[in-house]
Design a protein around this ligand. Structure first.
Ligand code: HEC
Ligand code: HEC
Ligand code: HEC
Ligand code: HEC
Length: 164
């Protein structure tokens, strides 16, 4: 076996380990994130999300549409996810943290969260435009177009103490 092949195989092994680590991560719901992400001096992410249209997305569905899978897939994280991955998230919380940041049962531990690389290996997503476009697209009957910069600013919940 030549050197290149060994490096390639090693890469594959590392990749598989990362995948296995994030596999089986379950949706825990915004209330769990709130325990650590609602301090005013750190940007109160929970309160900002709660005041955003995402937290109210279920209120937009009326009548039979409250149970219509065609609407729920974009209006509710819990209803739109693989049901075997549901831990403590509720349908009513609408588009929750984990639609953008990935299911949190494995990364929610403070020691893991403090290290972005470790958290990402456990399923944390730092969302880019592609993540938004899973829902902000023409399949939405009320699609109004999507400008990542503009839309991100409207839901911003950054931590003023984070070094970036
Ligand atoms: C036990 C406490 C705890 C819980 C629960 C928790 N986090 Fe965190 N999270 C942290 C800590 C600590 C950091 C590191 C930054 C800091 O000190 O605020 C962090 C960082 C983050 C970051 C930024 C990563 C970076 O490197 O910029 C995101 C995004 C995040 N958490 C999302 C979530 C989401 C979504 C949930 C719920 C599914 C959640 N967290 C649950 C403690 C927690
Ligand atoms: C799981 C689906 C989903 C994802 C992913 C998602 N959104 Fe949304 N977004 C929605 C839904 C549904 C609404 C409408 C909520 C309502 O009013 O019922 C919405 C509304 C919004 C609005 C308000 C628009 C308006 O007309 O006032 C903004 C801003 C927004 N999203 C930004 C983003 C950004 C930025 C991202 C990516 C970082 C993102 N969204 C990811 C589903 C999603
Ligand atoms: C592909 C994802 C997607 C699907 C499917 C979807 N929606 Fe939405 N919906 C959104 C997004 C994203 C928004 C935010 C509007 C925008 O900024 O484009 C939204 C906004 C809305 C709004 C608020 C409209 C407004 O004035 O802002 C209503 C009401 C709504 N959707 C109802 C529904 C119903 C009813 C269904 C099912 C028949 C449905 N949606 C299916 C993504 C979706
Ligand atoms: C609609 C998508 C979306 C939702 C819902 C969402 N976030 Fe975020 N979040 C983002 C984006 C986009 C960023 C910026 C990522 C970057 O800087 O690369 C971010 C950044 C963060 C950060 C890092 C802030 C910083 O400045 O370091 C934390 C912590 C965080 N989110 C926690 C949460 C929590 C907790 C919830 C739910 C209560 C939540 N987010 C809901 C999209 C979302």
């Amino acid at each position: 076996m030549n050197f290149k092949k060994i490096i390639f195989l090693l890469g594959m092994v590392m990749f598989s380990i990362a995948m296995v680590n994030a596999q089986g991560a379950q949706y825990i719901g915004a209330a769990k994130c709130k325990m650590c992400h609602n301090k005013a001096e750190k940007g109160e992410q929970y309160n900002k999300w709660l005041a955003s249209p995402h937290a109210k997305a279920m209120a937009s569905l009326k009548g039979a549409d409250v149970k219509n899978p065609k609407c729920l897939k974009c209006h509710s994280t819990a209803a739109g996810a693989d049901q075997s991955l549901i831990a403590s998230i509720t349908v009513e919380e609408g588009v929750s943290c984990e639609s953008c940041h990935g299911p949190g049962s494995l990364y929610k531990v403070a020691t893991v969260m403090k290290d972005q690389k470790a958290a990402m290996a456990k399923g944390l997503v730092m969302p880019d435009e592609k993540v938004c476009k899973k829902c902000h697209n023409e399949q939405s009957p009320n699609y109004k177009g999507f400008n990542f910069k503009e839309y991100s600013a409207k839901i911003a919940h950054n931590d003023p103490t984070a070094k970036k």
